[in-house]
Every structure is written in structure tokens, then in C-alpha cells.
Design a protein around this ligand. Structure first.
Ligand code: C2O
Ligand code: CU
Ligand code: CU
Length: 478
């Protein structure tokens, strides 16, 4: 029972939309895949960890010739990998060394909003700093940090403000999974860019209200990357960090692989597959077994027909470890009887995008719900096929996918998720609850749709502190 399709109409939207830009291999030599370093804590105790994260400008040799001007966290491009441990209290000192305001959003962390969460109400102005503190209470997962100023999230992420973070917990630590970071456990951040004259990016010139695309795959900030395989099994932590592109992933020889985790948790069971699609902001962890290859062989990861990453096989020791049949028990709390279904519509395309018929407004709260109550949310994509898939994302929580148009969700959606593809015309039913209070955004994660207004925000009310007021920004001046 190997899954051999993507669970959706392949590339339907791409054929329909004349603005689609297919991927293309860059005319450039191959380079070793950049593995982001692990971010060193400033200090760590048994219960607390302290980090400094600086948003900065830089320049990187991505192609032969001129360096590309980029932005990054604690480095010129993307970020260092941050480690969070379940139960730990995290203290972060943010520094903004950019020429404009930014925010630091933890996509996938269940931490209070709007300040710790780092959406548009937590600005850090140029030359300024901000300190936050929060405690991690969630299962092991691969989450991420990205800029979230409104309405310039798309442009700042395009400049390079995105980085991965690994949440570790006791349960995952005991499973026989590869976890030697950089050797058999590697992040794979999937992005695309267009290089203009002198190897520069030009967001304004390439702008598309339905999401910017570039023809050149960029993996962990590397063009034409390869990775040296020195173990039989390698765990890849995919993150779709592109503004708008979907990745339809598969390997040469139709090599099958095992998906073990989705966005915010391990999957209930390991799933064998040959094809995996990721919409914007989604994550998937897979284990690839190179046991049938010999030193000197090459295995290629593709999206559609374009090679993304070459795995060069070296000598390795045989690895006969098998995965348990059960990896994770997805929480499934009963719906609170007093909570009616909450309906969300994702409307329109281009400049006309909206949510429930309205464009996002920073100082408007669109919905309220009490903390710890469990509610069904019905998310509808009101586009008709072959319109765009909207990757629907919620801050501050992980949800359970209950149904797609009345059918069972796809088997690789049965763990906790924070982002889910909604096909044109489709209704996806989610079970939603919050264990932290505050103001949180929910939106399409095509970043230009988000900036364009396909976004809303809710207030999660702590029954112990029901009158807490939140200071909301009404606009942000870059
Ligand atoms: Cu990845 Cu509003 O977030
Ligand atoms: Cu988010
Ligand atoms: Cu969208």
C-alpha cells in the first residue's frame, strides 16, 4: 500500500493560470547543500534557554559572478536552526538591523498572541530591539520563523527572512529515528527565485498579486545543491518556504520513502509513498532509505520534472532499524456542544482576495472564542476549479483535520497541522482549539494573498482573565 499520487488534480491551476512560471535548472555549477548551523543559546539552564535573533542584511554568493543582496537572521540569508524543547521557557532578544520595520513570527508555535506570536502587532523598528518570553508546550515538530509585518510579509520573506526551528520532546526522542543533525537529519527549505542583472532579486519587478514565482529552485539558500549521503537512512525535514509555489516532490527511480511527520506532529502511522505535494508553509518529514544504492550512485529529488537536490551516495553501514507501526496519538478532544460550526470563506484571486467577503483590517477583531473550547471550523475555497489552492493557516495552535468535502482527510493529514491545502470549491472541516490566549491571525499562506487581505484575526479569551485588552496596531509604516 504505497501512496502513488498527490491527492489532488496535478498542476490544474498551473495550466490554467498564464502567470505560472515553471521551474528550471540554473546554469551554474553544483554546490554542497547549505546546512543551517544550529543557533547557539546565549545561555541555557535546565528550565530556560536564552537566544538573540538579529534580522540583518547581507550578500551571498549564490551564482557565479556578483553576490546577491539578501536578508537573514543571524546571517546573510535565511536563519540558523533554533532548537526548542517541550517544557522549556524561552527568552529571545530580537534585534532589527534592517532598514525597515519587521516582526518575528513563530509559525507553528502554540504561544500567546499577539506579541510572542510575532504577527503584525509586534513591530521591531529599525535599530530597535524587543524581548519576549514564552514556554513551549507541544509535540516534536519542525516549525519556522518568518517576518510578518503587514502588508510586507511577502516581500520580507522573499528577501530571505525565514528560518527553521526544531521542537523536541521526550516521546520523539525515544523513537528509532535519524536525528544526527546535518548528517542524517537535515532541513530542506524549498524556495524559488528569479535572478536579474548582476544576480539580484527584484521583488517589485516580479510581483504578482497571486504570489510571486521564480524559475530557479533555491534549497536552504543553495542553487543546484547536492548532499553527501553517509548513512543508509536520511531524514528530510521539508518546509515549503516559497511565497506561492507548490512542490510536487518525488525521487528518481520512483524511489519510495516514508512520511513520518506533517506540520506539527508525527503522523499516527508511518506512510510509504512515492509522491508528496506541499503547499506554502506546509512541512513534512520523510525518511529516505538509500539501502539499494552503492557508492557513486546519485539519487535525485524532483519537483515535477525539475531536479532540486542530488543525493550522492557514499559508503555507509547497513541500517536494519524498523519503525514502529504507531508513531503518535493525535489528540482528538470532543467538540464543545455549545460551540456552533464556524465558517470561513477564502474568496477571490488577484487584488480581489478576501476572507468572509472582507479584507483584513489590523484593528478589527473578526471572531472571539474561549480558550480550551473545541470547535469545528469549516473552511471553504470559493474559487471554482481550476482556480488556486489556498493553503489555509492558523497562528497559535495546531488543528485536527476532520473531513474534506465530507470524505476522510488524506492519510498524511492525520497528525496535528497548522496549514492545510483547500482545493477550489472544497470545504475542509477542522477541529480547532487554543490552549493559549491572545489575538491570532488566520489566513491564506500564499504570502501575496495574505498581504492582499485574505486574512482575519480572532481573540482567544482566557476565562480567568476575560477582560484583558490587547493593544492592536491600526497600520504599519515600513
Ligand atoms: Cu507563517 Cu501568519 O504565518
Ligand atoms: Cu503563522
Ligand atoms: Cu490564497
Amino acid at each position: 500500500e504505497t501512496i502513488q499520487h498527490y491527492y489532488y488534480d496535478e498542476a490544474a491551476f498551473d495550466y490554467h493560470d498564464r502567470a505560472y512560471i515553471p521551474l528550471q535548472v540554473a546554469d551554474a555549477p553544483e554546490q554542497p547543500l547549505r546546512i543551517p548551523e544550529i543557533l547557539k543559546p546565549d545561555q541555557e539552564t535546565a528550565t530556560d534557554v536564552y537566544y538573540t535573533i538579529t534580522a540583518q542584511t547581507g550578500a551571498v554568493q549564490l551564482l557565479p559572478g556578483k553576490k546577491t543582496a539578501t536578508w537573514g537572521y543571524n546571517g546573510p540569508l535565511l536563519g540558523k536552526t533554533v532548537i526548542f524543547k517541550d517544557g522549556q521557557t524561552v527568552h529571545i532578544h530580537y534585534i532589527n538591523d534592517l532598514p525597515e520595520v519587521t516582526t518575528f513570527h513563530w509559525h507553528g508555535l502554540a504561544i500567546p498572541g499577539p506579541i510572542e506570536d510575532g504577527g503584525c502587532h509586534a513591530p521591531v523598528y529599525p535599530g530597535q530591539t524587543r524581548d519576549v518570553e514564552f514556554t513551549i508546550h507541544q509535540p516534536a515538530a519542525f516549525v519556522w520563523l518568518h517576518a510578518h509585518p503587514c502588508p510586507a510579509t511577502a516581500e520580507q520573506v522573499w528577501h530571505g527572512l525565514a528560518g527553521g526551528a526544531i521542537v523536541q520532546d521526550q516521546h520523539e526522542a525515544q523513537l528509532p529515528l535519524p536525528r544526527n543533525y546535518g548528517v542524517d537529519d537535515i532541513p530542506v527549505i524549498l524556495q524559488d527565485r528569479r535572478f536579474h542583472e548582476d544576480n539580484q532579486w527584484d521583488y517589485r519587478q516580479d510581483y504578482d498579486p497571486d504570489g510571486i514565482l521564480g524559475p530557479t529552485p533555491m534549497i536552504n539558500g543553495t542553487i543546484n545543491p547536492y548532499f553527501d549521503v553517509t548513512t543508509q537512512k536520511v531524514r528530510l525535514r521539508f518546509l515549503n518556504g516559497a511565497n506561492r509555489r507548490e512542490w510536487r516532490l518525488h525521487f528518481s527511480d520512483d524511489l519510495s520513502f516514508t512520511q513520518i511527520a506533517g506540520d506539527l506532529s508525527l503522523l499516527p502511522k508511518p506512510l510509504k509513498m512515492t509522491k508528496l505535494m506541499l503547499t506554502c508553509a506546509e512541512r513534512a518529514e520523510i525518511i529516505v532509505d538509500f539501502g539499494s544504492y552503492r557508492p557513486g550512485d546519485e539519487v535525485v529529488l524532483y519537483s515535477d520534472d525539475t531536479p532540486l537536490l542530488r543525493f550522492k551516495i557514499h559508503e555507509f553501514k547497513p541500517d536494519h532499524a524498523t519503525l514502529p507501526d504507531v508513531l503518535f496519538e493525535t489528540p482528538n478532544p470532543a467538540v464543545s456542544p455549545e460551540m456552533p460550526i464556524h465558517y470561513v470563506t477564502l474568496d477571490g484571486m488577484d487584488e480581489a482576495v478576501a476572507m468572509n467577503g472582507k479584507k483584513f483590517k489590523m484593528d478589527r477583531i473578526d471572531y472571539q472564542m474561549p480558550m480550551h473550547k473545541v470547535q469545528l471550523w469549516d473552511i471553504e475555497n470559493t474559487n471554482h476549479a481550476p482556480g488556486m489552492i489556498h493553503p489555509y493557516h492558523m497562528h497559535g495552535t495546531g488543528f485536527v483535520t476532520v473531513a474534506r468535502d465530507g470524505h476522510a482527510p488524506n492519510p498524511n493529514e492525520l497528525g496535528l497541522k497548522d496549514t492545510i491545502a483547500i482545493n477550489p470549491g472544497e470545504h475542509v472541516l477542522l477541529k480547532v482549539w487554543f490552549d493559549v490566549p491572545g489575538v491570532f491571525m488566520y489566513h491564506c499562506h500564499i504570502l501575496e494573498h495574505e498581504d492582499g487581505g485574505m486574512m482575519a484575526q480572532l481573540k482567544v479569551v482566557d476565562p480567568k482573565n476575560p477582560n484583558k485588552q490587547y493593544q492592536l496596531m491600526d497600520h504599519m509604516t515600513l
